[in-house]
Design a protein around this ligand. Structure first.
Ligand SMILES: [Zn+2]
Length: 462
């Protein structure tokens, strides 16, 4: 059996009560067979459109039906009655694809006709793909006709012609082997495959992601673009929120399949890249509440009223974080005061990799100040006694971070007499207050202006 249907001219004009009328049936064509091999009879009826009386542009393109061609014929309830009578009591209906059954049920609902006594429907498109082509693609009627070398002597997208072609394909499919018993097995197999596919869609790991800053992960489109695991429709979502340092969540919804939680987890690999695991799970309101609580708890934990914690850092992750802080703060606070030459030469220094290798071979030491685990200030020294970098995050300046770091550096120095720094004009005041005195004239090298300063650590006189 095959049907043609018309659609609303625009989506907004679709009849939605009591169900969405996705297509209004205007033609029904069918071939009857008792043995699956021989035609017993044919059926064809034209139905007058009642809801969508102007032909939809796409429907016109595909079927060649014009406005006029849906003004004649009989009503849908009359046509349906005729078709059922023609079918007889004990029958099943074979269609190409599952659309016909869906559209038919919508039409019955709109006319208030019962749909609980329909004969069983079987999808021949699926049977063809599974048993003949051994895959899950949706082949067209004409592809299947060609596949079997059957004559394609009838124009397609005409209800009766398509029914005839579908019947011809059916003669090649050994349908009695499939219907009814094998069909259920095919459906179970498909359901299992879909479940497996969904499971894969719900849990994806993106490997080898290069991130300068872990927050950059939120700019990677393939990771941010999430689809409903069931229907694959794209879902928009608000920005991710952290529930712990490396885990964040957001929520997305599919109109049809409900609410999901999307979770990201970052793991740093030995080569410095990241593996990003994204998990999409259906979520209830109560579970969502508990996640939102975790988001709030973590935000509070990170809030800036925490104790300042200062320590020497050596872990590559920490060094990276400290250098990011340096680079970011330099651009934000210092670079605008530099001329282009100074800016370039300073960048060359902080991006050269020398600092990282200095840390590795022990000539450079790094110290960090954190508030509630969030790094807010960093200081690097060379040969223990020369400060090469000291930067405090813009929001945490003038809160004692620099002073605390300086104390940590001094505590860490063994048997040295002085601490030196080339103080930028903006840092001069801080070092002066911390007990440094000028050790030379202010000068400019490579575009960078500084005053050499030193602080005496040990009173040798005592
Ligand atoms: Zn969906």
């Amino acid at each position: 059996m095959d049907m043609e249907w018309n659609q609303a001219s625009v989506h907004e004009k679709m009849v939605t009560d009591p169900v969405p009328l996705i297509g209004e049936v205007v033609r029904i064509g069918a071939v009857a067979t008792f043995d699956g091999q021989n035609e017993a009879d044919r059926f064809s009826v034209c139905i007058r459109a009642r809801f969508y009386r102007r032909i939809n542009r796409k429907v016109k393109q595909v079927t060649g039906l014009g406005n006029e061609s849906i003004t004649y014929g009989i009503s849908f309830p009359a046509a349906w009655g005729r078709f059922r009578k023609w079918c007889g009591e004990d029958c099943c209906i074979l269609t190409w694809g599952t659309e016909d059954e869906k559209v038919l049920r919508a039409n019955l609902a709109v006319y208030g006709l019962p749909d609980d006594d329909l004969p069983p429907f079987y999808d021949m498109q699926m049977i063809f793909a599974r048993t003949e082509m051994h895959d899950s693609r949706q082949y067209s009627v004409s592809t299947a006709v060609e596949h079997y070398g059957l004559p394609l002597d009838l124009p397609v997208h005409d209800a009766l012609n398509d029914a005839v072609l579908t019947f011809r394909i059916g003669t090649k499919l050994y349908l009695p082997n499939v219907i009814p018993d094998g069909y259920g097995e095919l459906l179970r197999q498909i359901a299992a495959e879909q479940e497996e596919q969904q499971r894969k869609r719900c849990l994806v790991t993106f490997r080898g992601i290069v991130l300068e800053n872990t927050d950059d992960v939120y700019r990677i489109r393939k990771i941010m673009h999430v689809r409903c695991p069931v229907c694959r429709k794209g879902m928009r979502h608000p920005k991710f929120e952290y529930v712990s340092e490396r885990k964040s969540v957001t929520y997305a919804a599919c109109e049809e399949h409900g609410q999901y939680i999307v979770m990201l987890k970052l793991s740093r690999c030995a080569d410095g890249t990241y593996d990003v695991t994204r998990r999409i799970e259906a979520i209830s309101d109560s579970r969502r509440d508990s996640y939102e609580q975790r988001v709030r708890a973590f935000a509070e934990e990170c809030a800036d009223d925490g104790e300042l914690c200062v320590e020497r850092i050596t872990a590559p992750d920490d060094i990276d974080a400290a250098l990011r802080l340096v680079r970011h703060t330099f651009e934000e606070c210092t670079a605008p005061m530099f001329d282009p030459h100074g800016r370039e030469s300073f960048r060359a220094f902080i991006f050269s990799g020398d600092i990282e290798s200095g840390v590795e071979n022990g000539t450079v030491r790094a110290y960090a100040a954190r508030r509630s685990r969030h790094m807010v200030s960093a200081m690097f020294t060379r040969d223990q006694t020369h400060i090469i970098l000291a930067f405090t995050d813009k929001e945490h300046q003038r809160q004692g971070c620099g002073k605390a770091l300086l104390e940590a550096v001094v505590r860490d120095i063994e048997g040295r007499e002085e601490l030196t720094v080339n103080a930028a004009p903006s840092g001069y005041g801080f070092y002066e207050k911390s007990g440094f005195v000028p050790a030379g004239e202010e000068r400019t090298e490579d575009g960078i202006t500084f005053t050499p300063m030193k602080k005496i650590l040990v009173c040798t006189g005592e």
